[in-house]
Design a protein around this ligand. Structure first.
Ligand code: PLP
Length: 439
């Protein structure tokens, strides 16, 4: 390890160490291949932005459980609130004996989610489940069945959300037939596809793909998550929102990955002055516990019949207590502002990486949600997945957990906990630079 680094990363063994390898062998016998892993390291404990593996190696975490840990691993306020709720009761089912935590969290989300009018919130367990419910509600509210999504979108792995997801490998291959009435628009991915990234193309879409009066909703990620941290241009989003409004189509913004401060605003919608009809939220809402929500216009949310929404575990009381604590922590510790600071620091380093390494086609992002797109050369812009995988591997071998993304598997993205210290951030970026130089 370089002597210029601070002391966060402590590697006792080459990665993966013997205990991780032993667990990997047990895992191979017990767990199906289809459940993938970004690294072969097994976690033993984690605090803040540091993760200790079962061999005692300490790694800096730029992955944050795929953007779920904005308040940090084992955030003390979240742990305390969850533990206190565990002592009171673990589960009653909100559809059987409701409880205050669910209502309090709904009130909180109604107050902080984008949109000025009256709002309501329902809770479920995962990002995919939130998307499923947003579509159900939009269909019931409009009496239409069509769902318009985007190329490069990721909305989940259930049948409907897998159908809404764009990337074929590994998410869809061989898993069809897919849910009907899902239509796909090009995403305004300006680095790769300028020609189709215009609102004029939207008008044409309703002539060539589906009549707009059969469309219940358009679902968009304002910054593509799994799709590679591509930021939708403001004018495109303005045009999309206008066309939706004019044609009675509900606009659903998927903030599962962008929400809770990641982009330097509490929700990415705020960058666009956007008031969507419905918003889907999950990941960092509950500090790592499984919880998600659909929040939206009260009149739309109330469209579904009694009993049409819900689920056995939906809005679990422990997860609600964790979420109330996580949201309070984000607000009290100004993590949204911190995300903007982190984002500027990462952006500066990523710009310098792009100057140093000709294989970086684009450095981009919004707030702390930043990415590098790796290409074979800048003229052809041909994606280079093999090179990207080498960088990611080199990074974790030197003690940095960082994830890939993108339809072509050639994007490196940052999702570090927003409680990361300046030293940890610098050290993690140093490791990434080393990995880029050595690959
Ligand atoms: N929507 C977006 C934007 C996501 O990034 C994800 C997951 O990464 C999902 C939906 C699905 O969430 P989950 O994996 O919790 O089902």
């Amino acid at each position: 390890m370089s002597t210029t680094r601070a002391a966060s990363i402590r590697l006792k063994t080459a990665l993966p160490g013997p205990r991780s390898l032993e667990l990997a062998a047990r895992r191979d016998a017990a767990v199906p291949k289809g459940v993938g892993h970004a690294t072969p390291i097994y976690a033993a404990s984690a605090r803040g932005a540091l993760l200790t593996d079962v061999d005692g190696n300490v790694l800096i975490d730029f992955a944050g459980g795929i953007g779920t840990l904005n308040v940090g691993h084992a955030n003390p306020d979240v742990v305390r609130a969850a533990a206190a709720q565990l002592e009171r009761f673990t589960h009653t089912c909100f559809s059987v004996a409701p409880y205050e935590g669910y209502v309090a969290l709904a009130e909180k989300l109604n107050a902080i989610a984008p949109g000025r009018g009256p709002k309501k919130t329902m809770l479920v367990n995962s990002g995919a489940e939130a998307l499923e419910n947003a579509v159900k509600i939009a269909r019931r509210a409009t009496g239409r069945e069509g769902v318009v999504v985007f190329e490069h979108a990721f909305h989940g792995r259930t049948l409907l959300t897998m159908s809404m997801t764009s990337k074929v490998q590994p998410y869809k291959h061989g898993f069809g037939p897919f849910a009907p009435e899902v239509y796909r628009l090009p995403y305004p991915y300006e680095y790769r596809d300028r020609a189709r990234a215009s609102a004029a193309f939207l008008e044409e879409f309703f002539l060539t793909h589906v009549a707009s009066d059969r469309v219940a909703c358009v679902v968009i990620e304002l910054v593509l998550g799994e799709g590679g941290f591509v930021v939708a241009p403001r004018e495109y989003v303005d045009g999309l929102a206008r066309i939706c409004r004019e044609r009675g189509i509900l606009l659903v913004v998927d903030e599962v990955q962008t929400g809770f401060g990641r982009t330097g605003r509490l929700f990415a919608c705020e960058h666009y002055g956007l008031e969507p009809d419905l918003v889907t939220i999950a990941k960092s809402m509950a500090g790592g516990l499984p919880l998600s929500a659909v929040t939206g216009r009260a009149d739309v949310m109330d469209a579904a019949q009694v009993g049409g929404l819900g689920g056995t575990y939906s809005g679990n009381p422990v997860a609600c207590a964790a979420a109330l604590a996580a949201i309070a922590y984000i607000q009290e510790h100004e993590l949204v502002e911190r995300a903007a600071v982190i984002g500027r620091a990462v952006e500066t380093r990523f710009r310098s990486f792009a100057e140093r390494f000709a294989f970086i086609g684009e450095a981009r992002g919004l707030g702390a949600m930043r990415a590098l797109e790796i290409v074979k050369d800048r003229e052809s812009r041909e994606p280079d997945k093999a090179h990207t995988d080498r960088v990611l591997r080199r990074a974790y071998e030197k003690g940095l957990l960082v994830l890939g993304a993108g339809t072509f598997g050639n994007v490196i993205r940052t999702l570090m906990p927003l409680v990361i210290t300046d030293d940890e951030l610098t050290e993690g970026l140093d490791v990434l630079e080393h990995a880029l130089a050595a690959s």
